[in-house]
Design a protein around this ligand. Structure first.
Ligand SMILES: Nc1ncnc2c1ncn2[C@@H]1O[C@H](COP(=O)(O)OP(=O)(O)OP(=O)(O)O)[C@@H](O)[C@H]1O
Length: 918
C-alpha cells in the first residue's frame, strides 16, 4: 500500500541520479553521514566538510590522496545538497498543491454535508409542529377502534425494531469508524508522513462512505415518517429522527474533529519536511507497517463487506416490510374517511396536512435530488482522489526505484569504504608493527636505562638534599669566611700599617744612607775613562798610559819622559765595558728618582770617547740609554705605591746658543728665563718635553734628537765636537699611600771638545767656537768651585751651559765628571790637560785647602797653578767645608804611603762614616 512505503521521487531529480551515476567513488563515510545525520530539514547537508571523520593516519602520500578524495567528496556533497534541496522544494510544492486540492475537496464535501444537515433540520422543523397535533387527534379518534389501534401498535413496534436495528447498525458503523479513526491516528503518530496522510485520506473516504450509508439510513426515516407518523400518537419515528439527528450531529462533530486532526497532521507534515532522513531511517519499519496496514485494511474491507451485506440484507428486509406494509389496505385512509365523515373540520385539517405532506414530499424529493447531485460530486471527488492516489503510486514507484539506486550506490560506496578501510587497516597494521618494534626497542632501552636511572635518582636525591642544605651550609660558610676574612683583614691591615711604617722608616733611612754614601763619595766625583786604540790608528799608547793594578783610582801617564800620576775617583781602562762604567754611575741615577738633581758630564778632547760613553752605539748603548732604562726599571719596581712620570728634553748649545733638538723648528734659538710663577726656577720657553713610558720611546727620542742634530750641520762629527749636547731627564714621582711627591732631574751632558784650539792658530768661526767652548767650560769650573767653596754668589749666568744646569748644580745636587782621554801619543798633551783639569776639580773638593791640593799635585805630576793654560777651565781652589781630602790629605801627606794605601784608607774612612751614618 502506498501509505506505508517510503520512497524517493528520483523522477523529479534527474540531476541527482546523474550525479550519483557519475561519481561512483563517493566515499562511504560521506554517504553514511548523509543518511544518518540531519534531523532538521536539510541540516545534515549543510554541515562543514571538517565534520567528516578522519579514517586513517597514513603516510604522507595517502594523506594527500585522502585529502584530495575528501575534497572531491565535499564538492560532490555540496552538489548533492543543492540537488536534494531542489528536489525537496519541488516535492514540497507538489505536496502542498495536493494537500490544497484535497482540502478544497474536503471543504466542498463539508459544505455539502452542512447543506444536507440544514435541509434535514428544516424538514424536521416543519414536521414536528404538524405531527403531534395530528397524531393526538388520531389517538383520540383511534380509541374506539381497537383493531386499528392494534395495527398501529404493530406498525409502531415494527418501525421501532427497524429503527433499533438501524440504530445498532449506525452504532456499529460508528464503532467501526472510531476504530478506523484510532487506527488512522496511530498510523499518523507512527508514520507522520505523506503516506499516512494518504492512508488517512483513505480512511476519510471510508468515513464519507459510511456517512453516506448513514445518510441513506436517515433518508429511510423521512420516507417512513408519513406512514409511521399516523400509526400512533406517540410515533417513535420522530424520536428516532431526533436520535439519528443527534447521532448525525455527533458523527459530524467527530468528522470535523478528524478533519481538524487531519489538518493538524498536515500542518505537522508541512512543518516536518525532513523526508529524506525519515524515509531512510524508517524505510524498513515503514515496509513492515505497510504490510501490517495492508493486512488490516484487507480485514477492514472484508468486515465492511460483511457489514454491507448485513445492511443490504436488513435494507432489503426493511424494503420488503415496507412493501408488505404498502400492500396492506390503507388503514389510515379508512380512518381518515371515518374521520371525514365524523368531522368535516378534521377532514379539512387532514387535507391541509396532506397538502403540507405533499409539499414536504416534494421538498423531500428535491432534497433527495440535491443529495444525489452531491453524491455525484462526491463520486467525482472520489475519482479525482483515486487518480491522485494512482499518481502518488506512480511517484512512489519512482521513489522506490530511486531508493533502489540509492541503496545500490550506497552499497558501492560501502564496498569502497570497506576497501579503503581495509587498505588503511593493512597500512595501519604495518605501521603498528613498526611502532611495536620501536616500542620493544624503547622498552629494552628503558630496561637498560633503569639501573642508570635508579643511580641517577639516588644521585639526584643526594644532590637535592645537598642543594636543600646548601643555603644553610653556604650561609654558615659565608659567615665563618666573613669572620675569618675580617680577622685576616684586620691582621693584614695592622701588619700592613706596621710594614708601611717600617717601610717609610727604611725608605727614609735608605735615602739618608744613600745620601750619606753619595756625600761621602763626594757630590762631585771625577771618573776617568781611557778609550782603546781604534783600528787604523798608527801610534800606540801602550807605554804611555798605565794603570795601578791595586788601585783603580790611579792613572799613570808617561809624557815627555816623565811619569805623571793622576788620582781620581775611578779610572776605567780601555777594556772597561759600558756596563762596568754604568754600574759606577747608576747610584747617581737612582738619586734622581729620590728627588735629587744630577749632572753627568763627559769631558775631554775631540775623539776621546765622550759620545761613546754617553750615547754609545746601538749594540752597546752608553749612559744615556742605560740611565733611562734603569729609571724605568726602578719606577716599575716602586709601582704601584709610587707613580712616576719621566719626561725627556734634548738641547744643543752651540756658540752659546740653545737649540731644541726635539722640536720641529731647528732654526729657533731658545732662551733661558725665570719661571713667572715665582718659584725662582728657570725654564726654557719652547723647549720640547717628551713623556717616555717605554724603552721604545727612548729610542724614538734619541733617533729624533740625532736626526735633528744631523740636519743642522754638514759634518756631524765635527759639529758634535764643537757643541754641547744635553739630555735632560725629569722624574716626577707621587706616592699615593704616603702622599709624598718627588722631582729629580738628570742632566747627561756630552761636552764639546776641550782641546786647546787657540794654540792651533784657529781663526774666524773656529776661533769663535773655541772661545765659546772655553768660556762655557771655564764657567762650569767656576760654578763647581763656587759651589764647593759655598760662595754666596755662584756664577751660573756666565755661560748658557751653567745657567741651564744651575738648578742641577746647586743644593744637594750631585755631579759626575767623566774625563775621557785618548791613549794615543799624539793626544797625550791634551790628555794631560784634561787629567790636570779633573785632578784640580777633585783636589779642590777633597782638600780643605788649595794648598794641599796643590801639594798633592806637585808631588804627583808637578803641575803648578801657573802651569794652567790661559784657556784651561778657571778653577779657583777654595777650602770646602766638607772635605774628604782632610783626612786623605793627611794621609797623602805621608810619603811613606802609596796611592793604593791612601785609597784603601779613604775607603776605610768612607765605610766608617757610612757605618756611623747608619
Ligand atoms: N771605550 C771605547 N771603546 C771602543 N771604542 C771607543 C771607545 N771610546 C771611543 N771609541 C771610539 O773612538 C772614536 C771617537 O770617539 P767619540 O766620537 O766618542 O769621541 P768624542 O770625544 O765624542 O769626539 P767629539 O768630541 O768629536 O764628539 C769613535 O770611533 C769611538 O767609537
Amino acid at each position: 500500500m502506498f501509505g506505508t512505503r517510503k520512497t524517493w521521487d528520483l523522477g523529479h531529480a534527474p540531476c541527482l541520479q546523474e550525479l550519483w551515476k557519475k561519481d561512483v567513488s563517493l566515499n562511504a563515510s560521506s554517504v553514511d553521514f548523509l543518511m544518518s545525520d540531519g534531523e532538521e530539514d536539510g541540516s545534515f547537508l549543510s554541515l562543514p566538510p571538517a565534520a567528516f571523520p578522519q579514517r586513517t593516519t597514513l603516510n604522507t602520500a595517502n594523506q594527500l590522496e585522502a585529502s584530495q578524495h575528501n575534497h572531491n567528496q565535499q564538492l560532490l556533497i555540496q552538489k548533492l545538497q543543492e540537488k536534494v534541496c531542489e528536489f525537496q522544494a519541488r516535492l514540497r510544492s507538489e505536496e502542498a498543491s495536493r494537500r490544497l486540492q484535497l482540502q478544497r475537496l474536503l471543504q466542498c464535501h463539508e459544505q455539502r454535508q452542512l447543506e444536507t444537515t440544514d435541509v434535514i433540520h428544516d424538514l424536521q422543523a416543519e414536521l414536528h409542529p404538524a405531527l403531534p397535533s395530528g397524531v393526538r387527534e388520531l389517538q383520540r379518534s383511534a380509541e374506539p377502534q381497537p383493531p386499528q389501534q392494534q395495527h398501529s401498535e404493530c406498525l409502531s413496534q415494527e418501525g421501532g425494531r427497524l429503527i433499533t436495528a438501524l440504530r445498532k447498525q449506525v452504532e456499529e458503523l460508528e464503532e467501526k469508524l472510531l476504530v478506523q479513526t484510532q487506527e488512522a491516528e496511530r498510523l499518523r503518530s507512527e508514520l507522520g508522513a505523506t503516506d499516512l496522510e494518504k492512508h488517512l485520506e483513505l480512511l476519510v473516504v471510508e468515513n464519507e462512505r459510511l456517512k453516506h450509508e448513514l445518510n441513506a439510513c436517515k433518508s429511510l426515516l423521512p420516507q417512513e415518517a408519513p406512514t409511521l407518523a399516523c400509526a400512533a400518537t406517540d410515533c417513535p419515528h420522530s424520536q428516532n429522527v431526533d436520535a439519528l439527528r443527534s447521532e448525525v450531529s455527533r458523527w459530524e462533530g467527530q468528522a470535523r474533529q478528524r478533519e481538524s486532526r487531519l489538518a493538524d497532521l498536515e500542518q505537522q507534515v508541512l512543518e516536518k519536511g525532513n523526508w529524506a532522513e525519515i524515509l531512510s531511517r524508517q524505510l524498513d519499519e515503514s515496509k513492515r507497517y505497510a504490510a501490517e496496514m495492508q493486512r488490516q485494511l484487507e480485514e477492514s474491507k472484508h468486515h465492511r463487506r460483511e457489514v454491507e451485506q448485513q445492511l443490504s440484507a436488513r435494507l432489503r428486509g426493511c424494503e420488503e416490510a415496507l412493501a408488505r406494509q404498502a400492500t396492506r389496505p390503507p388503514q389510515i385512509k379508512y380512518v381518515t374517511e371515518r374521520v371525514e365523515l365524523d368531522s368535516p373540520g378534521s377532514q379539512q385539517d387532514l387535507a391541509e396536512a396532506q397538502a403540507k405532506s405533499a409539499n414536504l414530499q416534494e421538498q423531500l424529493s428535491l432534497q433527495r435530488q440535491l443529495l444525489r447531485e452531491l453524491e455525484v460530486q462526491l463520486h467525482e471527488s472520489q475519482r479525482t482522489s483515486t487518480q491522485l492516489r494512482a499518481q502518488i503510486l506512480v511517484y512512489e514507484g519512482e521513489m522506490e526505484r530511486a531508493q533502489g539506486q540509492l541503496e545500490a550506490e550506497m552499497q558501492n560506496l560501502e564496498d569502497e569504504k570497506n576497501r579503503v578501510i581495509e587498505e588503511a587497516f593493512v597500512r595501519a597494521e604495518s605501521e603498528m608493527k613498526a611502532v611495536h618494534e620501536n616500542l620493544a626497542g624503547v622498552r629494552m632501552n628503558l630496561l637498560t636505562l633503569q639501573p642508570a636511572l635508579r643511580t641517577l635518582t639516588c644521585d639526584y636525591n643526594c644532590l637535592k638534599r645537598q642543594v636543600q642544605d646548601f643555603p644553610f651550609m653556604l650561609e654558615k660558610a659565608i659567615t665563618e669566611a666573613k669572620q675569618e676574612i675580617c680577622q685576616v683583614i684586620g691582621e693584614v691591615s695592622s701588619a700592613n700599617q706596621e710594614l708601611l711604617r717600617k717601610y717609610k722608616r727604611e725608605m727614609n733611612l735608605r735615602k739618608k744612607c744613600h745620601n750619606e754614601l753619595v756625600r761621602l763619595k763626594g757630590n762631585i766625583r771625577v771618573f776617568c775613562r781611557v778609550r782603546p786604540v781604534c783600528q787604523g790608528e798608527q801610534d800606540s799608547a801602550e807605554n804611555m798610559v798605565s794603570f795601578d793594578p791595586e788601585d783603580d783610582a790611579l792613572l799613570y801617564l808617561s809624557n815627555k819622559g816623565k811619569l805623571m800620576t793622576f788620582e781620581l775617583d775611578k779610572v776605567f781602562h780601555p777594556q772597561a765595558t759600558q756596563e762596568e762604567v754604568f754600574q759606577e754611575v747608576q747610584s747617581l741615577v737612582t738619586s734622581c728618582i729620590d728627588g735629587f738633581n744630577v749632572c753627568i758630564f763627559a769631558y775631554g778632547q775631540t775623539g776621546s770617547g765622550k759620545t761613546y760613553t754617553m750615547e754609545g752605539v746601538p749594540k752597546d748603548p752608553g749612559i744615556n740609554q742605560r740611565a733611562l732604562r734603569l729609571l724605568f726599571s726602578e719606577v716599575t719596581e716602586k709601582a704601584p705605591d709610587w707613580d712616576y712620570k719621566i719626561t725627556v728634553s734634548m738641547v744643543e748649545i752651540y756658540n752659546e746658543t740653545l737649540r731644541n733638538l726635539l722640536g720641529d723648528n731647528q732654526g729657533e734659538k731658545l732662551d733661558i728665563k725665570m719661571n713667572p710663577d715665582g718659584s725662582g726656577q728657570l725654564y726654557v720657553p719652547g723647549l720640547t718635553n717628551f713623556t717616555v713610558k717605554s724603552p721604545e720611546d727612548i729610542n724614538r727620542v734619541f733617533e729624533l734628537g740625532h736626526m735633528n742634530r744631523a740636519t743642522a750641520c754638514t759634518n756631524l762629527n765635527e759639529h758634535s765636537s764643537r757643541s754641547h749636547a744635553l739630555l735632560i731627564i725629569t722624574v716626577v714621582g707621587f706616592n699615593s699611600s704616603t702622599g709624598h711627591r718627588t722631582q729629580g732631574k738628570l742632566n747627561l751632558v756630552d761636552l764639546a771638545g776641550s782641546e786647546r784650539i787657540a794654540k792651533s792658530g784657529a781663526e774666524g768661526s773656529r776661533l769663535r767656537e773655541a772661545q765659546c767652548i772655553n768660556k762655557s767650560l771655564s764657567a762650569l769650573g767656576d760654578v763647581i768651585n763656587a759651589l764647593r767653596s759655598r760662595h754666596s754668589h755662584v756664577p751660573f749666568r756666565n755661560s748658557r751651559l751653567t745657567y741651564l744646569l744651575s738648578d742641577s748644580l746647586s743644593g744637594d745636587s750631585k755631579t759626575l765628571m767623566m774625563v775621557q782621554i785618548s791613549p794615543l801619543v799624539s793626544n797625550m798633551s791634551e790628555s794631560v790637560c784634561s787629567l790636570k783639569f779633573a785632578q784640580r776639580v777633585r783636589t779642590i773638593e777633597l782638600g780643605n785647602t788649595p794648598r794641599r791640593q796643590w801639594e798633592i799635585s806637585s808631588t804627583s805630576s808637578s803641575p803648578t797653578h801657573d802651569s794652567l793654560e790661559p784657556d784651561s777651565p778657571p778653577v779657583t781652589p777654595v777650602p770646602l767645608p766638607i772635605s774628604r781630602a782632610s783626612s786623605a790629605g793627611s794621609t797623602l801627606s805621608s810619603s811613606s804611603k802609596t796611592p793604593g794605601a791612601r785609597r784603601r784608607s779613604q775607603s776605610q774612612l768612607t765605610t766608617g762614616r757610612l757605618k756611623l751614618a747608619i
